[in-house]
Ligand binder design. Sequence first.
Ligand SMILES: *Cc1c(COP(=O)(O)O)cnc(C)c1O
Length: 460
Amino acid sequence: MNISSTHNATMAWRKADLDHHLHPFTDQRGLAETGGSRIITKAQGVWLIDSEGERILDGMAGLWCVNVGYGREDLARTAYEQMVELPYYNTFFKTATPPPIELSEKLASLTPAGLNHTFFANSGSEANDSIVRMIRRYWNLKGQPEKKTIISRTNAYHGSTAVSASLGGMKYMHEVDDLPLPGFEHIQQPYWYREGGDLSPEDFGLAAARALEERIEELGAHKVAAFIGEPIQGAGGVIVPPATYWPEIQRICRKHDVLLVADEVICGFGRTGHWFASDYFEIDADFMPVAKGLTSGYLPLSAAMVHDRVAEVLREQGGEFAHGFTYSGHPVSCAVGLKNIQIIEQEGLVEKVRDETGPYLQGRLAELNDHPIVGEVRGMGLVAGIQLTADKATRAAFEKEGEAGGLCRDACMKNNLVARPVGDSMVLSPPLIISKAEIDELVKRLSASLDDAAAALARK
Ligand SMILES: *Cc1c(COP(=O)(O)O)cnc(C)c1O
């Protein structure tokens, strides 16, 4: 296609998109006012190509998910072969197909000790919904039907269905339709930069964890079923908790007989330089939802990992667990998930992120600490948050929350880098196959975008 015909195709797509396609997490009117969507048509490695032929560095791996990078023909071939062999059969009513069996066995060997049972679903949200149903059933079976309340954190993200958005602590999501549902409580997040005040990060980590104990005591432990947290909050702004946080959370959960859910939907499959962030933080969870990196986004798939000590109750004291999805354990998604894990293993991506590219990215980003509007760079492996601030000494927020982040995002777009703003943090989560040279390019573009954003702020 010549330039004008690609441009005409883009205009036609944009118009049809605006006319007929309702986008998630989008202000539809705002989208129309700003000219419509950027249309992505191809991708290879860490690079996206749009309908105008521009090459864009994907610093977010899609939505934190394309861990093995774009353009993997072996994943396409696996899907093709499974579709030819058996495109679909269900796992209800005493049947199964080989891929979900093999994948659940593989997951049992990779995930932290004791998490040996898998319930498959299609998205992180559905995995969390399924976990909520299992938690509630667990306490029913244990003869403690009053134990139903689930405690989460402000600014947590656990998905977008009514239940998983209730688990989440995003105020702007709750405001859409009067969430959370009854039975979901939220405590403070371990976000030292914004909420730590004069405390050291270590003391603040303990204080933030003890908010859980206070809430449990307020509600009565006999009413509290579980606590859920992302080991590192992703969509909340890549918030890495102080080292004191998780051990104290675990102590409190055990003491009050409260189940612990570690939401590894972003952290899993090498993102942090470990198979799971629970390995690093030594979290001994009762449930662990995974999704995103499980198939590197090539097909929808999620898994709710269940610990032996919980599965024993659910399985042995049983009766029917009347829950499941048409596509639970979909054979094509599971075959692709298995192949994706094989690629991660064969290419040593977890070790590469831990020893090489993770420290390299974090080191290069740390150079941005000198930038006038950067307050803090935080992260681990190939996930990072760059906190913007109006005042480096007092850690003050900008007058209009989100304005600096928005300006920086617009500048990144202009500079052909995908980086996402969360309030006034910029977050990054590139594919795990990113090279050091590509990291240099990413940091160069981000740094130029921070300059652009700072200049735009100064003009205001
Ligand atoms: C993305 C995400 C989810 C939801 O996953 P979906 O597949 O979008 O439903 C849940 N938990 C965390 C931590 C996530 O980042």
